[in-house]
Design a protein around this ligand. Structure first.
Ligand code: NCD
Length: 363
């Protein structure tokens, strides 16, 4: 069963296929109204969401399908101690496709291993968020006309910002992308994402100053400081408000800069710039629905289901020999889950947790 857990699960050709399909949907939505007639999407949201949940729902309805929701774990059998794996086995009987958001990293992969239907990761802790990346890629494509040869700045919480991790992994496939990482020292990109940038020898520049970096950027991807992921609330209080994009900071930027943000924003983008033509974050929301329509439709097709995917890894695996070092990994709470670690490819060969990609510790 083919699932979409991270952007790695979609080939570059398939990204182009999704973009083409989304553009066709935008041009003629009526032609897609019956594409998923009779199909059911189950939205399992263990964490708050406005856009992702509602856009999945809106996407499925616009394809003629139906949606069932589990938004409140407190009112479901999870509160009675049911494992994620059992919940997924049960929900597989009610739906043709599942989308899941969970606060623990690796939860979507764990869910897909118990599911009898395709699973879409709608955000797993601070790890990955591939459908937001599809929205982001369509936005870049529509704004710039291409996804190559540009300088892309990521600003804010690069440590816990899952949308940043998935988008960087996607952009690394395109030629001529320069990455500018703008964050406080404590919120730098995790090693497992940075390692991929280094492996691919992409141009990379790190700074803590948005004002210094902004003049060179073609795309600026702002992010919220992820309050809910901080183990220590004092650290959050110290770091919140680190960056605020306002009219003055935009004065130093290119005229054709594309300002993006996955939303919700807190205070990192002043609403005074919403009317600036460079502000594209509400366009991203619209693009997200169309890309999710394209994804749901394709993932339910026998064509996509029959294709080879990365799911069957050829990397060397070690099972139950290590523990994951990440306290927010699903392996810490889903005790019946096999603890699988893979040896990474490339010059820096190291073990990583299959679920959350963090380094393991020897048992
Ligand atoms: C993001 C998320 O949930 O990761 N929002 C979204 O899905 N559009 C960003 C965030 O919560 O900051």
């Amino acid at each position: 069963m083919r699932s979409i857990i991270d952007i790695y699960d979609i080939t570059t050709n398939e990204i182009s296929e999704l973009i083409k399909t989304a553009i066709k949907i935008i041009e003629d939505p009526a032609a897609y109204m019956e594409k998923c007639r009779g199909k059911i999407l189950a939205n399992l949201f263990f964490e708050p969401s406005t856009r992702t949940r509602m856009s999945m729902e809106s996407a499925m309805y616009s394809l003629g399908g139906n949606v069932i929701n589990m938004n409140n774990p407190a009112s479901s059998s999870i509160s009675k101690g049911e494992t994620l794996s059992d919940t997924i086995k049960v929900v597989s009987n009610y739906a043709d496709i599942i989308s899941i958001r969970h606060p623990l990293e690796g939860a979507a992969l764990a869910a897909s291993r118990s599911a009898a239907v395709p699973v879409i990761n709608a955000g797993d802790g601070g790890h990955a968020h591939p459908t937001q990346t599809l929205a982001d890629l369509l936005t870049i494509y529509r704004e710039k006309g291409h996804i190559t040869d540009m300088t892309v700045g990521f600003c804010g919480d690069l440590k816990y910002g899952r949308t940043v991790h998935s988008l960087i992994n996607a952009l690394l496939r395109y030629e001529g992308i320069k990455f500018v990482l703008i964050s406080p020292y404590e919120l730098r990109l995790p090693d497992y994402v940075k390692r991929v940038i280094t492996e691919k020898q992409a141009a990379l520049f790190e700074t803590d100053s948005l004002d210094d970096a902004i003049k060179d950027l073609d795309v600026l991807y702002m992010t919220r400081i992820q309050k809910e992921r901080f183990p220590d609330a004092n650290d959050y209080r110290r770091l919140k408000g680190s960056y605020i994009l306002d009219k003055t900071s935009l004065d130093g930027a290119k005229n054709d800069l594309t300002v993006m943000h996955p939303l919700p924003r807190v205070d990192e983008i002043s609403s005074a710039i919403d009317a600036d033509r460079r502000a594209c974050y509400f366009k991203q929301v619209a693009n997200g629905k169309y890309m999710r329509m394209a994804l749901i439709m394709k993932l339910l097709s026998t064509d996509w289901q029959s294709r080879e995917t990365n799911a069957d890894s050829t990397l060397e695996q070690s099972i139950n020999e290590f523990e994951c070092s990440n306290p927010r990994c699903i392996t810490g709470s889903e005790t019946n889950l096999e603890r699988i670690f893979e040896r990474t490819e490339g010059s820096v060969s190291d073990w990583k947790c299959l679920y959350c990609e963090s380094a393991p510790i020897k048992k």
